[in-house]
Design a protein around this ligand. Structure first.
Ligand code: FNR
Length: 208
């Protein structure tokens, strides 16, 4: 089982890159997790794309396509995700292989502020909806006041966040191993049986 963890920050001392590495230490046994950053992804430019796909984009797309799950650690910039992360998602959305479509995807955020990047997570969910990723909803991992929470060895001192991260990585591993669940979700929305029953009931009453 393989997971790709993407940090949405370029800076060397990024809290979110540290968060991705901390999550990598919390995956269940047998799971390989690779942390990637987005340094080599150029700014999206349709002219550039028409000259040929940038190697960094195709490589990232292949890594995601080959993985069983994806983790994204996003910074919050002005109540949204970083431009760097949005730019990478824009590139990925144009690949014909659609590597994120149906892919089990977990998200988390760290910020030195009080709200821990929760507003960026809302925007990220919305964007990933556009890419048809299968985003896990629980548990939500939001690390606030994060500048003081990472130890020298990269571990996180917030024990509640660590516990939630462990649970999220377990949920991602389960989702990554459950290809049938992906198919069920893609082809048969969860609400369909209930809707069928409701329609049947109305028909039975002779109203349609
Ligand atoms: C920020 N930061 C920030 N933090 C936050 O909680 N909410 C916000 O809306 C913003 N807005 C914002 C805009 C811009 C342009 C910058 C540069 C920063 C602070 C941000 O969370 C902090 O710099 C983090 O350390 C960024 O994440 P990394 O790089 O540490 O992963």
């Amino acid at each position: 089982m393989r997971i790709v963890a993407i940090s949405g920050s370029l800076r060397a001392d990024s809290l979110n890159t540290r968060l991705a590495h901390a999550a990598a230490g919390l995956v269940p046994a047998g799971v390989e997790i690779e942390v990637v950053t987005l340094q080599d992804i150029p700014l999206y430019d349709e002219d550039l794309r028409s000259e040929g796909w940038p190697a960094a984009v195709t490589t990232l797309g292949e890594r995601i396509a080959d993985a069983d799950g994806v983790l994204i650690a996003t910074p919050e910039y002005n109540y949204s995700i970083s431009g760097v992360l949005k730019n990478a998602l824009d590139w990925l959305s144009r690949l014909s292989s659609a590597p994120l479509a149906g892919k089990p995807t977990a998200i988390m955020s760290a910020s030195p502020g009080m709200f821990g990047g929760v507003r960026a997570q809302d925007h990220l969910r919305q964007i990933l909806f556009g890419l048809d990723a299968r985003v896990l909803t629980r548990p939500q991992v939001i690390v606030n006041l994060a500048a003081d929470k990472f130890q020298e060895d990269g571990s996180l001192s917030d024990s509640m966040a660590v516990e939630l991260m462990r649970k999220l990585m377990e949920a991602l591993t389960r989702a990554g191993g459950d290809k049938d669940a992906i198919n069920v979700q893609q082809t048969r929305p969860r609400w369909e049986p209930a809707r069928a029953r409701a329609v049947g009931g109305i028909r039975g009453a002779g109203q349609v």
